[in-house]
Write a protein that binds this ligand. Structure first.
Ligand code: GAR
Length: 206
């Protein structure tokens, strides 16, 4: 599900086309008719639909579409709407989100600006299971990205985005392989090198 330019969607589409990747994007939904994400889906030959958020039944209709396509995992990729509790419980443990901060710091809009305003030296991005909060829920992966002295919102956002495009497909792979699960609101890793790494990626350690 995407609302905007869909660069994270593209990272997932590209990953899904690589040999041996255990998942693929089969449906793209957007709340914005002109979202470039829909264009990306169209170019990739992937089923895509716009749902107008005009009434309370919006999430019901999106959920029905998702169920009719037998989707295993819902990825919010720049989907800028708060999911209502009945949608979250309908797909419990099967919705993930990417956010451009080291959550739980800086949830919500313009996370990179909030990080700059707070003067943090390390920013980053997070993939997490979605619960009923805004950018909350059990954390699957995080990447730490340094804040450089002359960063502005754009330069920091771009540096973080590079890592978003890495950790989002990685998180999907781990879930599809069964290496990561959400059990009773907590993330569990199983038999993978990432279990030792505890889902942390950093340019500092690379
Ligand atoms: C990404 O930076 C993503 O992390 C963020 O929106 C951007 C979408 O870019 N999501 C959130 O802030 C969610 N709270 P994209 O459309 O190019 O993937």
């Amino acid at each position: 599900m995407a609302s905007g330019r869909g660069s994270n969607l593209q990272a997932l589409i590209d990953a899904g086309r690589k040999t041996g990747f255990p998942a693929e994007v089969v449906l793209v939904l957007s709340d914005r008719r002109n979202a470039y994400a829909l264009e990306r889906a169209s170019k990739a030959g992937i089923r895509h639909r716009h749902f107008a958020p005009k009434d309370d039944a919006f999430f019901l209709r999106m959920g029905d579409e998702i169920e009719s396509c037998e989707i295993d995992l819902i990825c919010c990729a720049g989907f800028m709407r708060i999911l209502p509790p009945d949608f979250v419980s309908r797909f419990a443990g099967r919705i993930i989100n990417i956010h451009p901060s080291l959550l739980p710091s800086f949830p919500g809009l313009r996370a990179q600006k909030k990080a700059l305003d707070a003067g943090v030296r390390v920013a980053g991005c997070t993939v997490h299971f979605v619960d009923e909060g805004v950018d909350t829920g059990p954390i699957i992966l995080q990447a730490a990205v340094p804040v450089l002295p002359h960063d502005d919102e754009n330069t920091l956002s771009e540096r973080i985005l590079v890592y978003e495009h890495r950790i989002y497909p990685l998180a999907v792979r781990l879930i599809a392989e069964g290496s990561v699960r959400c059990i009773d609101g907590a993330v569990q890793y199983a038999g993978d090198a990432l279990a030792e790494q505890r889902g942390f990626i950093s340019p500092v350690s690379e």
